[in-house]
Design a protein. Structure first.
Length: 353
């Protein structure tokens, strides 16, 4: 196989869990830490598509942007409960895409893209996406990270035993020229077992790198033949994202009344949606109650599209999620609460006041 360039993720946000937390609770938090609430619309923007004053190296040529657009459509075509739409104002975008060929290809993972500055890239492409099919593979892979997927070869269930010095030498040479810490973070380091679903490894995943023969000691067949994924979405990829982001139902969310607590029973990974229609303009609080870890997100409906206003994640903390925001009479808002884990019997509840 050719010497491909590889995705190099930026440093990821560390989750610090309190001492004494149960294994089940910790696993639920780690598994969902990067995932979006379902039915979220993520807007993407190409640097240079307007006169935005970005560094010239960030500007995305039209032909490169076309490959990325097609990759977004491939993920959307799975019918998942995440939606992608292109915008032409940088300030409206959660996903901001550059084409700096001196900076490699990468994306922040899942909700970590929200930690990037409003004028910064959350995704970059570092080589010609139109040269061959690997360009499409690269675009699908980076969008997979934005959805919240880790590198598959870092799956602890893969059973990969690397010839580490050969890996360092291979990735330290052209065309990647990686320092050892980048190679460790993107290849040799195992992600927590809590961050993966199931107990197997998918060598055909779009999140799997291809590697030449000789870098893997075990399993033996990959030592002799290397790892050569097809570069498309595997059946396991499709099953995984449909589980996390099931297709949207047709039922309308329940209307949440002020000062009226709404009790719900959720399993880990499930969410509840509400609409809010404030009777007066003032500052409000929206919160969750109960012995649970939740992520709570508030959206405003603008011209039929939901725009995120605020969010809070109480996972691993001795508190409940709480959002404070000014809401306006006559406007419509949507609240989504997704459960990581509940450690006592009984319902979780949501209220605004």
């Amino acid at each position: 196989m050719p010497d491909y360039q590889y995705c190099a993720l930026p440093p990821q946000r560390e989750i610090v869990l309190p001492p004494g937390i149960s294994t089940q609770r910790a696993n639920a938090i780690l598994r969902g830490k990067t995932k979006w609430v379902n039915n979220t619309t993520l807007r993407y923007y190409f640097f240079g598509s307007t006169d935005d004053g970005c560094p010239p190296a960030w500007r995305v040529p039209d032909a490169q942007a076309a490959v990325v657009r097609a990759a977004f459509q491939t993920w959307t075509g799975l019918g998942i409960g995440l939606h992608f739409t292109e915008v032409h104002e940088r300030s409206e975008a959660e996903i901001r895409i550059g084409f700096d060929q001196s900076d490699g290809s990468w994306s922040y993972v899942g909700r970590d893209i929200l930690q990037a500055g409003a004028n910064d890239r959350t995704m970059n492409f570092g080589w010609d996406l139109t040269a061959n099919d690997y360009g499409t593979t690269t675009a699908l892979h980076e969008i997979g990270h934005t959805i919240g997927l880790p590198h598959e070869h870092q799956n602890p269930y893969a059973g990969i035993v690397w010839d580490e010095e050969k890996v360092y030498a291979y990735l330290g040479a052209p065309p990647n020229n990686w320092p050892r810490d980048v190679t460790f973070q993107n290849v040799l380091r195992k992600v927590s077992a809590a961050e993966v679903t199931g107990s197997g490894w998918d060598p055909d995943s779009i999140m799997e790198y291809g590697f030449p023969a000789g870098l893997v000691k075990e399993p033996v067949k990959f030592h002799d033949n290397g790892i050569d994924p097809p570069g498309t979405l595997s059946d396991t990829d499709k099953e995984y994202v449909r589980k996390w982001y099931p297709p949207s139902g047709s039922a309308k969310p329940t209307v949440l009344k002020p000062f009226a607590s709404s009790a719900v029973t959720l399993r880990p990974g499930e969410q509840v949606d509400y609409t809010l229609q404030p009777a007066e303009t003032r500052d409000y609080k929206v919160g969750t109650f109960g012995d649970s870890d939740m992520v709570l997100v508030l959206f405003e409906s603008i011209d039929g599209e939901l725009r995120q206003l605020a969010a809070d994640d109480d996972s691993g903390e001795d508190r409940n999620a709480l959002i404070e925001a000014k809401l306006f009479q006559g406007h419509e808002y949507v609240v989504r609460a997704r459960l990581y884990y509940a450690w006592n019997s009984g319902n979780t509840s949501v209220m605004y006041w």
